[in-house]
Design a protein around this ligand. Structure first.
Ligand code: ATP
Ligand code: ZN
Length: 286
């Protein structure tokens, strides 16, 4: 029987939607019924397991799953024998230390001898050990923000994205302990056949990621401006230049980086470009 790549994704939570979206963008089609724990892709030798995110590092270490999509924060916390093989750019957040708003805080040494409530005992312990600060750790699995107000610790270490949850619980962010995003993990001992499947999937993921960072741009320009515009827009090899029906005008097609495209648009308009269209790219293979 053909080997299947076993992919662990979060069953429900902040990682799930983007994880499944990514797999679908990579061309995998599968049913994901609400209470399903496992499903098989129709058109790629893969099986998808729906698990709690905290369990994914262990399952990958044990090779119950071959790869997993999980937050880097969880990977670092669990300290399993697994490797990050791709960063995915979603579920971006940071793990921070926060203290009650009114408390004085003059650097990590202010925490010496205090208790910290967190779901990330290993990460925070290592962070403070490295800075020579000794603390007690209260490990709790959720609702960490309310801990100080109910007497469970003088500070917390928890995930922050905008900081509004901290504020509404009367807390103030004082240190960033780590930044995190979703990643793909695999066992360093992944077997050869599985590694080949994984690499096939990683290649597709990289194409999807590249496409997301780039846009296809079409514009019209007077022939006199074509050279300057082509110099400005390197594209994949070099831009395509086609004559327009209107005498003296050309159409230029190219690929631009999402990040500097607004700057480019201004320069292009200055050079006389008109009818600029920017469209998303679905996949990009260089
Ligand atoms: P599970 O039930 O699977 O244990 P959970 O409650 O532990 O889920 P979620 O809140 O769904 O986890 O978060 C999953 C991951 O998403 C986190 O480990 C982190 O990497 C990321 N994350 C958490 N909160 C945010 C946020 N506010 N913004 C962006 N990413 C976040
Ligand atoms: Zn979890």
């Amino acid at each position: 029987m053909e080997k299947l790549l076993k992919i662990a994704v979060q069953k429900s939570g902040r990682l799930q939607d983007n994880s499944l979206k990514l797999l679908k963008e990579c061309g995998l089609s599968f049913n994901n019924g609400k209470n399903q724990l496992k499903t098989q892709a129709f058109n790629f030798p893969a099986e998808i397991y729906f698990l709690r995110d905290d369990d994914i590092p262990q399952y990958v270490e044990d090779r119950v799953a071959d790869i997993g999509i999980v937050g880097e924060n969880v990977v670092v916390e669990k300290e399993k024998n697994i490797e990050i093989v791709e960063r995915l750019g979603f579920a971006k957040c940071r793990l921070s230390l926060a203290v009650p708003k009114a408390d004085t805080y003059e650097g990590v040494s202010s925490l010496e001898g205090k208790n910290i409530a967190t779901s990330y005992p290993n990460i925070i312990k290592k962070f403070l050990d490295e800075r020579g600060v000794k603390v007690g750790i209260h490990e709790i699995s959720g609702s960490v923000e309310i801990a100080p107000s109910i007497g469970l610790g003088a500070a917390i270490c928890d995930i922050v994205s905008t900081g509004s949850t901290l504020l509404s619980n009367g807390l103030r962010e004082v240190e960033t302990v780590m930044t995190s995003e979703a990643v793909i993990v695999a066992s360093p001992d992944i077997e050869e056949e599985k590694a080949a499947l994984m690499n096939k999937l990683l290649f597709r993921i990289q194409s999807v990621k590249k496409a997301q960072n780039n846009k296809y741009m079409l514009l019209n320009a007077p022939n006199s401006a074509v050279d300057s515009i082509v110099k400005m827009l390197p594209g994949m090899k070099s831009p395509t230049v086609l004559p327009l029906g209107t005498e003296g005008w050309s159409s230029i097609h190219t690929v631009v980086d999402e990040n500097d495209f607004w700057d480019r648009i201004d320069q292009l308009k200055e050079l006389g470009a008109q009818g600029i269209l920017v469209v998303p790219i679905e996949k990009m293979i260089l």
